[in-house]
Design a protein around this ligand. Structure first.
Ligand code: FAD
Length: 344
């Protein structure tokens, strides 16, 4: 069992715990995308073992009657051992998914791998229509071209901001405002061009609003998915699921420490920023306005800012903001998962 806080961001160490979390999500109208934590396996044995785990997970999802998908890192299933190993193992995972009518997402990693991942995706998605999708990162200068190239390929496209990997300025935007602008522009391009599905994978309320507006007025009419990470903005996920096709990225596995610590850190940073930007000025304004209203307590008005109490084991708290302190294991370098690396 995972320690408190970690269990908000990681479903557990075992596939059974991931399936149990997936079931509870589906009961709330949110679809699960299951990930086994790990990446950059440079020996074929480990890469093959992780590919097999994905095949078993797909079987588990299908046997449990869950709609879910898996989301796989290319370097987890062989890309660091050679393109041929990656293609072979990916092919096996995708064939299992095709047999069991489930879906496989390809996560995107370092920019040095993008060309190979896009090439492999294009081939496999053309052979297995409707079974596989790919993630594209808005921070990379090349992404508008990749999006145009893949727009007609029968598969889903997940758009993320990216920015989590070290990339030179010649290859990627490194300034957050530039990444945000690139993301907006890509959303516009995607809703004009993509035939199948645009998956908007962000926690950013402005970008989600922009995407839902575009989806409503798009000539190409691709389907819209909204995707977020486990433990991040859980209340928003539930609200969005009432109106949209909403998916949650659910990591699990024994290599959970770095992921959980980075997610908790990021949530605390954003919670602190939101307190500084909203709550403190709000309380000050209320306090000033109440100087004329004797009898009302400033302390009571503080309660209006909402509860940040931590959720119980493997449950998700109601508030979008996380607990304000992080207890947990010490930071260890490298479980190798790319989504959480530098900048996250
Ligand atoms: P940010 O720019 O981080 O935040 C913008 C705003 O969103 C914030 O100001 C705040 O209002 C809100 N927000 C963000 N986080 C929180 C929070 N924790 N709590 C409350 N509000 C918050 N990257 C890859 O490189 N490859 C992948 O394959 C990949 N797959 C992903 C799959 C999913 C489902 C998701 C959600 C992300 C994925 N990412 C991937 C990561 C992505 O590239 C970004 O690094 C990450 O999502 C952070 O950017 P953001 O769009 O959420 O917004």
């Amino acid at each position: 069992m995972l320690p408190p806080i970690a269990d908000q961001f990681v479903a557990g160490e075992t596939a059974a715990e991931a399936i149990s979390h997936a079931r509870s999500l589906e009961e709330r109208g949110i679809k699960p995308m299951l990930n086994v934590l790990g990446s950059h396996h440079d020996d074929r044995e480990t890469a093959t073992a992780d590919a097999r785990e994905y095949q078993l997970l797909i079987d588990d999802l299908a046997d449990a009657g869950l709609t879910g998908a898996v989301s796989v890192k290319p370097t987890q299933i062989g890309l660091d051992c050679g393109v041929d190993v990656f293609e072979e193992l990916l092919w096996e995972v995708v064939e299992t998914a095709a047999d069991r009518e489930r879906f496989v997402w390809l996560d995107m990693e370092e920019h040095t791998e993008t060309e190979t991942i896009v090439d492999t995706y294009e081939t496999i998605a053309s052979e297995h229509a409707g079974v596989v999708g790919i993630c594209l990162q808005a921070d990379l200068h090349r992404t508008p071209d990749d999006l145009a190239r893949l727009a007609d390929v029968p598969g889903k496209i997940r758009l993320v901001k990216g920015g989590a990997y070290e990339t030179p300025e010649s290859v990627a935007y490194t300034d957050q405002a530039a990444i945000d602008l690139a993301y907006r522009t890509l959303l516009e391009q995607a809703f004009e061009m993509v035939d199948d599905t645009v998956a908007v994978a962000t926690h950013d309320p402005e970008m989600i609003d922009h995407a839902t507006t575009l989806a409503g007025s798009s000539a190409a009419s691709p389907a819209l998915e909204i995707q977020m990470l486990m433990g991040v903005r859980p209340a928003a996920q539930r609200e969005l699921a009432a109106d949209y096709d909403c998916w949650q990225y659910v990591p699990h596995g024994t290599r959970w420490k770095r992921w959980a610590i980075n997610r908790a850190r990021r949530n605390v940073t954003l919670a602190a920023r939101s307190i500084v930007e909203n709550t403190v000025p709000g309380r000050l304004e209320r306090a000033v306005s109440r100087l004329d209203s004797p009898g009302e307590s400033i302390i009571e008005s503080g309660r209006e800012s909402g509860s940040d109490s931590p959720a119980g084991s493997n449950s998700e708290s109601e508030a979008d903001t996380p607990p304000q302190s992080v207890a947990g294991p010490p930071i260890e370098s490298g479980d190798g998962s790319g989504l959480e690396s530098a900048g996250e």
